[in-house]
Design a binder for this molecule. Structure first.
Ligand SMILES: Cc1cc2nc3c(=O)[nH]c(=O)nc-3n(C[C@H](O)[C@H](O)[C@H](O)COP(=O)(O)O)c2cc1C
Ligand SMILES: C=C(O[C@@H]1CC(C(=O)O)=C[C@@H](OP(=O)(O)O)[C@H]1O)C(=O)O
Length: 385
């Protein structure tokens, strides 16, 4: 399974093509929209999210609410585009006035300067339009389709916010108590007291013209053992998941299970002892977060990931005008002050894609029922191994 996304942040729409989904799986736009809805929520977002009402139009690969096995095309309209017709000039008829505001003062931490150098753009808007995390709406729509597939295979996936700017939610796994909504007040953390601390920290950053990052966690349950492989570096599934997470805008660190704590724990507290009962092999702990040798070991996958603070600052940092080479403050674009809650949803969907892709590679099948049979046979085999 693979996908491509296209679309600029303030262009008319985002387009996604997913190739390799099995046939005969129920799929409606509502199933995808409920995930897009969650990404739009979260405390700390800017005004853009009040303008957008992200929903998909399915334009291929599905008939009467069932997948055909052919490429699935999803289209998400940018409602904000109507305010940017002249700036974007996508259609020559809209481009009736020359662009007045050319961006020449790159924002430290965004793709502006290096992107401009690489693609030889002197209007840095040509970079920021695609480097923008608007693209993550497209990635969530892909992950939403993958989540539908995973749910048909009995696999559950959740995400939550663990930390924002030092306020940490120490609630232990399992985390099923997370309340899903797209409340703009929500920080997607479990402990209500910590949630209020997180909101206060975001408010403070915002009032200082600053931004703030944090840490999210994704948990995948009921994954069969043996996905991925130890035989070659690029077949290790933990490596693929890590790449996928780090590719999300502003994500700078990823770990599994006990993660960075492993650097100061002895081996006896990190390796997960093995047990066996009538339901098969299991582990007495899950410090390794479900991976051994680049393969799933049947325990829940636990992914932790750190998002840096948003680069655009309302009190901008030092920068240089690329035309005059003089020192200036960086440009200010409308911006979020914290997008960690929204990004936890993006992270969940990026992980969902990698797990679904691996399952389709391991248990090759063009049809959903056949795929389910193949997985059930595998589960019976590993139970008796
Ligand atoms: C959901 C989400 C929303 C974001 N919103 C903003 C934003 O409003 N302003 C901003 O400057 N960066 C925002 N970012 C981060 C930038 O897109 C990102 O830092 C930039 O593309 C540079 O990439 P890098 O940080 O991975 O190096 C957001 C990221 C995510 C995941
Ligand atoms: C559009 C989204 O996020 C955007 C990501 C983003 C950035 O620089 O990454 C900058 C902001 O764009 P704008 O200037 O249009 O408000 C965010 O709103 C979205 O998440 O759908």
């Amino acid at each position: 399974m693979r996908f491509l996304t296209a679309g600029e942040s303030h262009g008319p729409k985002l387009t996604v093509i997913i190739e390799g989904m099995p046939s005969n799986m129920q799929l409606t736009s509502d199933m995808i929209n409920q995930e897009l809805f969650k990404r739009q929520g979260g405390y700390g977002r800017g005004r853009r999210m009040q303008i957008e009402k992200d929903t998909v139009e399915i334009t291929s690969g599905v008939r009467h609410g069932v997948t055909l096995g052919s490429p699935i095309t999803l289209v998400i309209k940018n409602d904000d585009h109507k305010h940017w017709l002249k700036v974007m000039g996508v259609n020559p008829k809209d481009d009736i006035e020359p662009v007045k505001r050319v961006i020449t003062k790159p924002r430290p931490g965004h793709a502006d300067l290096v992107g401009g150098m690489k693609y030889r753009h002197r209007d840095l808007r040509n970079v920021l339009e695609r480097s923008s995390a608007r693209e993550t709406a497209a990635r969530v729509s892909v992950g939403a389709v993958c989540k539908v597939l995973l749910s048909q295979l009995g696999i559950d996936i959740f995400s939550r916010v663990v930390e924002i700017g030092g306020a940490r939610d120490n609630t232990d796994y399992p985390i099923h108590t997370i309340k899903e909504n797209n409340d703009t007040n929500d920080v997607r953390c479990i402990d209500d007291n910590v949630a209020q601390q997180m909101r206060d920290i975001i408010d403070l950053a915002k009032s200082n013209g600053d931004s703030i990052g944090g840490e999210v966690q994704v948990i995948v349950e009921n994954v069969p053992a043996g996905l991925g492989s130890y035989v070659h570096y690029d077949r290790k599934l933990d490596g693929k998941v890590a790449q996928s997470v780090i590719s999300i805008n502003a994500f700078k660190a990823v770990s599994f299970g006990a993660g960075y704590d492993m650097k100061h724990l002895p081996g006896s507290q990190v390796q997960d002892p093995i047990g066996y009962d009538k339901s098969g092999y299991y582990r007495l702990s899950n410090q390794l977060g479900g991976f051994e040798g680049g393969m799933t070991n049947g325990m829940p996958i636990i992914v932790n990931a750190v998002m840096k603070p948003i680069p655009t600052l309302y009190k901008p940092l030092d920068s240089v005008d690329i035309n005059t080479k003089e020192a200036y403050k960086a440009s200010i674009e409308r911006s979020d002050s914290c997008a960690v809650p929204a990004a936890s949803i993006v992270c969940e969907h990026a992980v969902a894609f990698e797990i679904a892709k691996e399952i389709l590679e391991e248990f090759q099948s063009n049809d959903l029922a056949q795929l389910q049979d193949n997985i059930e046979r595998h589960k019976t085999y590993i139970k008796e191994f």
